[in-house]
Design a protein around this ligand. Sequence first.
Ligand SMILES: [Mn+2]
Length: 282
Amino acid sequence: MIKDNKPHIHEGIFSSYADSRIVVFGIPYDGTASYRPGTRFGPQSIRQELGGIETYSPYQDMNLANHRISDMGDMPLHFGNIAAVLEEMKRETAEFLKDGKKTVVLGGEHLISLPVIDAYIEAYPGLSVVHLDAHADLRDEYLGEKLSHATVMRRVFEKLEGEMWQFGIRSGAKDEFAFADANTRMTKFDLSGIDAVRDTAGDSPIYLSIDIDVLDPSILPGTGTPEAGGITFKELISGLLTLKGLNIVGADIVELSPHYDQSGVSTSVACKVLREVLLLLA
Ligand SMILES: [Mn+2]
């Protein structure tokens, strides 16, 4: 279990496991990437760069250093059988939840959200999911596979009792949009309408899944499936702040693929998203 590891110490993130309320861990998995692999390097790249950003957030007037956060490193993965490796991800997540922690998971491709959310659904009955992404991820199958980064939210939907909210979606097959019309609460292209989450959620538990490709590729080119026409960083922050005060019990930030961006800007943008998400949960 990675909860038995020694935590990584960063500027602002330095609690022991026992003291922490929020646990960061990486799942460096990109086993089903269909277009360009490389998200397995996301977590280590974020760790390297995290010291380069301020721990204080002027957006939330909060400092990471004042909150009990630990970074337990990356889950060791046995590439091969997809179902077996997903089961291990669920087990690791469930261990953290059993200890009363909130988790913020660093991907990895988006499929890793499925076992993580699965563990959350068992721990938090009535869980809703807020999904920010360029892609609908609602295919029933992709390239003959039921378990894929392109089917992940369809699989999550099948297990979910609460609402599935989707924002920023600008790419998918016609069928996926038809499925969304009938089943999920989707806002295309941007985060407008995110107030509806705040207005209806009450204190019901919410899981936040951020595919970093929701941002425009001019802001974050370092991702496997870039989609033009995305939101700005300011729009993302303002959407996240709209959720402030809700009962957000866990989150993930997925699909950073640092090597597609020679400038390194994508990783620093992802670090800043991580800071804001941690403070949102704190
Ligand atoms: Mn995506």
